[in-house]
Design a protein around this ligand. Sequence first.
Ligand SMILES: [Zn+2]
Ligand SMILES: [Zn+2]
Length: 395
Amino acid sequence: MTIKKLAYVLMFLSITSIFAVAIEHTDPQTYVVTSAEHDGPHPPFVSSSRRLLAPPELPDAPDEWIDHSLQWVDYILVNYPPEVQEFPERRLALYRLDEILHIQSAPEKPLVQAFYKMRMERAIQDIERTKVTHGMRIWKLYNDGFVVRTPSVTFAYDIVPGPPTFSRGPNGAVAFGRVPGFSISQEWLHRLVGQCDALFISHQHRDHASKQVVAMFLAEHKPVIAPEGLWSGDPKFSKLTYPERSAELVHEIRIKSGSEVLKVVSHPGHQGKVLNNVNLVTTPEGFTVIETGDQSGQPGDFAWLSQIGHYHHVDVLMVDGWAPGLHRIVRGVNPEIVITGHEDEMAHVVSHREEYGQTYERMFGLHYPYLVMTWGESYLYKMPTATMGVLPDEN
Ligand SMILES: [Zn+2]
Ligand SMILES: [Zn+2]
């Protein structure tokens, strides 16, 4: 063997040994992304198995970075509102928002609280100013809260002032509240309630149901449609409306002092053992929307969930971005468009603060037009034909 050949052999051996080392270090162990409560096996660079597809979060960040980021996020969202053909920077803005809101202490940060309140108050002003002359405008407020307005009616789903808190006093007494500084004020809530003709509550969990908000609707003699038995022991809430939970019954809910009617089907859903009404509402114009609350289901629920699109033409489906069986739900409802909800619920611990990035992952491969919206954004849904031809496989 010549010196030259020997050099080649040595070079080859050293390259293969480098590869061997590299392969050893990147041995692709498989991990499973979990969506349920339980954390599963995960590598040390992520905080839980739920977060395998999200960039690792920072435990904290400088105020300057948070401040500039939130201002930039707002700038992008204001200038590029939600559309089915989404402007790419919107996704960057929502990812950046995820990063900020996944700082464990984000709910207590004054910059984050100010951003939340600014976006909510601006949305309420927008609702006050907006007259819908055609189609249906849908605002997404906090968490799973939505306001739907058509030319004739306005109704809301799951409105709460902000993230709920739960604490135990020294004597063991449980205290329920809202994160101080992260709530819409009483005055702004009044203005919001004043704009709505009815409220639908999916289930009892406090990120969907607020006694403060419900009391305001009832004080204005506006119907609040709730799952059977919600706060039934409390005489202050004796005027709640409990439609019979059924996939077949169509209830007529009179609103605006009886001058208009909403047709309502309160599908008998569940989140575990908790009753979760999947409320389908048809407006006087004939638009139909459905909001699924925290439908996570009992096994039998898909018997009716998978049939909704067969019995109703649904214009807009509002569904948790992390709902178990999300694709099955969407295909079963077969809506013209999907709007996801319940991202970045701030009362949840970071590993369970399901983010916008996760919604994009979950919606991947589902060939339905969809919108990922954040606090205070709105979308004008026109007629079904307006959404046709915008996805590559529809052209
Ligand atoms: Zn819930
Ligand atoms: Zn919830």
